[in-house]
Design a protein around this ligand. Structure first.
Ligand code: PEP
Ligand code: MG
Length: 592
């Protein structure tokens, strides 16, 4: 990620990485050098191959025992969902191809078990590291983690030696913290951590958020730039690691921390209140989720249902693709947890940056075989997903949504498959919700332009502003070099939204928005002013969104939107929207 260094008076230095878990802490640093154990290559006589094989198998068994132990502890502390992360580790240990390759090397090359194992595991990790998909790349860290454990067991070394000598409250700086290590961190002594590797989707970052340990990931060369014993402050909200913070900085962050805690309390007090503007305009605030387990947090922050369930994540987990039964269980569980509120289940949006196992790489994956385009070819997958959604609809308020629709034909074809499934269910007497509402994402500019023709075929539209902005402005949402051009406030994007709202109103459809901008207080006045009925965002940002909506005047938001539509400059529109938001809710902007 982006990192920068600033030298200030008193030797204060600031490094920036990717914020992974919020919070402000300060303590001494402990740099963990978690390099793989040094492995020596030894030639073994043929007579020793069998005993090396047994030693290797024993190390695998011991590692499995340790991981199951960790899994058990994590499950007790944080629930089965989090503990499930270690299933992938266990599967790696049981992978017969891996074991056979190690044994073949020991037998053919006559090398010791440590050397043979290290060679094979490095090959696996390098292969994963080379793929373009960020999720898969981060699985390389899992493979290395398991590899280190097996090597430690083969060599009789204790794992987490660095952490074991930790007695003072510290900030850990490491190249990488394995998920299994992160899960075992003792919050009394590990106040925060920084890693060089990983992105916001890495398991390490996920663990940090679950444990609420302030953390920064992707801070390049952190272990080289800082030293054990340095005094440092982590700003987990902003992703800054500050070495030798001056008294002024400590004071400033102390105030930020106090303000944040007081604000969080005020936001929490609004949990049961509706999101309604000062002049009585009601907005529905819902949450985006990736798995049924996320519904609990959504409820905690007062979300009025789930506006986007990104079901593709079910297909991206290691192991078997979820069959109809597994999908039904997942959708039903989300529907029951969210009841009486609705869950909008989006059919799989694979492709783009979410490549399914075995997918052929494409030159322009975001313009390629993605989402509904895949579903309409793999009709059996699609029908199985629709049947699962229909079955779940008997247990709660479920809505179905199609991603990436770019033509009327696609929408009609998707609806035809849905209708076939409904007919089949009626014939077979399988219960489902006859009133099930159907919607589609508006995330391709072409779809917004023909929203009038699409609206008669759906009950609602959901604006996917991440993609709508990407495709309208020809800016790859994954490319850091052009990140500053990915501007939601661009009038071209707003005009497409206005067209969508107009078409929806003419046909009695509702309009929601579920891209990242929908949860950003600086942009919410634009959505409200443009006539969007519902905003759906990550659970953690919803309290701020509600706070802002309750301080806005609808009439002012409408005036802002009208002026934005007549504007030509994204920068100016964004400035105006932010100014309005900041003027009514300055508390939300003081630390940004
Ligand atoms: C979007 O494009 O804004 C959206 C919500 O879908 P995703 O981020 O999953 O592509
Ligand atoms: Mg999208």
């Amino acid at each position: 990620m982006n990192d920068e260094v600033r030298n200030a008076s008193g030797g204060e230095r600031i490094y920036r990485g990717t914020p992974a878990a919020g919070g402000v802490v300060h303590a001494r640093i402990l740099v963990l050098r978690q390099a793989a154990p040094e492995v020596a290559q030894r030639t073994i006589p043929e007579s020793q191959v069998e005993s090396e094989r047994i030693r290797f198998q024993d190390a695998l068994i011991e590692t499995r025992r340790q991981i199951q132990n960790i899994q058990h502890k994590v499950s007790e502390a944080m629930g089965a969902q989090e503990a499930g992360i270690f299933d992938a580790h266990l599967l790696t240990l049981e992978d017969p191809t891996l074991t056979q390759q190690v044994i073949r090397r020991m037998t053919n090359d006559r090398v010791n078990a440590e050397w043979a194992f290290q060679e094979v595991i490095n090959q696996y990790a390098a292969a994963l590291q080379a793929v373009e998909d960020e999720y898969l790349r981060e699985r390389a860290a899992d493979i290395r983690d398991i590899g280190h454990r097996v090597l430690n067991n083969l060599m009789g070394l204790a794992a987490e030696q660095g952490l074991a000598r930790l007695t003072q409250p510290s900030i850990i700086v490491a190249h990488d913290l394995a998920p299994s290590t992160t899960a075992m961190l003792d919050r009394r002594v590990v106040l925060g951590f920084v890693t060089e590797s990983g992105g916001v989707t890495s398991h390490t970052a996920i663990m940090a958020r679950k444990l609420r340990i302030p953390a920064i990931v992707g801070l390049s060369e952190a272990t080289r730039r800082v030293h054990s014993g340095d005094y440092a402050l982590i700003d987990g909200h902003g992703g800054a690691l500050i070495i030798n913070p001056t008294d002024a900085t400590l004071f400033q962050y102390g105030q930020i921390r106090e303000r944040r805690a007081a604000l969080d309390q005020r936001l929490l007090d609004l949990r049961e209140q509706p999101a309604v503007t000062l002049d009585g305009h009601r907005i529905v605030l819902a949450a985006n989720i990736d798995e049924p387990g996320d519904v609990a947090e959504a409820r905690q922050v007062g979300a009025e249902g789930i506006g986007l369930f990104r079901t593709e994540y079910l297909f991206l987990k290691p192991g078997e693709l979820p069959d109809e039964e597994a999908q039904t269980a997942a959708y039903r569980s989300a529907a029951e947890a969210a009841a009486p509120n609705a869950v909008v289940i989006r059919t799989m949006d694979l492709g783009g940056d979410k490549l399914f196992p075995g997918a052929t790489p494409e030159a322009n994956p975001f313009l390629g075989w993605r989402a509904i385009r895949i579903s309409l070819v793999h009709r059996d997958w699609f029908a199985a997903q629709i049947r699962s959604v229909l079955k779940a609809s008997a247990f709660g308020k479920v809505r179905l949504m199609y991603p990436m629709i770019s033509s009327l034909e696609e929408l009609v074809a998707a609806n035809a498959i849905l209708e076939e499934c409904r007919q089949e269910f009626r014939k077979d007497g399988i219960p489902f919700d006859e009133e099930l509402q159907v919607g589609m994402m508006i995330e391709v500019p072409g779809a917004a332009l023909i929203a009038n023709q699409l609206a008669p075929h759906v009950d609602f539209f959901s604006l996917g502003t991440n993609d709508l902005t990407q495709y309208t402005l020809a800016v790859d949402r994954m490319n850091e070099r052009v990140a500053s051009l990915h501007r939601f406030g661009h009038p071209a994007v707003l005009r497409l939204i206005a067209l969508t709202v107009q078409a929806a109103r003419a046909h009695g459809c509702r309009v929601s928005a579920c891209g990242e901008a929908a949860g950003d207080p600086a942009f919410i006045p634009l959505f409200v002013g443009l006539g969007v009925d519902e905003l759906s965002a990550t659970a953690s940002v919803l309290p701020e969104a509600k706070f802002l909506v309750r301080r806005l005047k609808y009439t002012e938001a409408v005036a802002l939107a009208e002026s934005a539509l007549a504007n030509g400059s994204a920068a100016e529109v964004e400035r105006q929207s932010r100014t309005l938001a900041q003027s009514v809710a300055p508390e939300l902007f003081s630390d940004r």
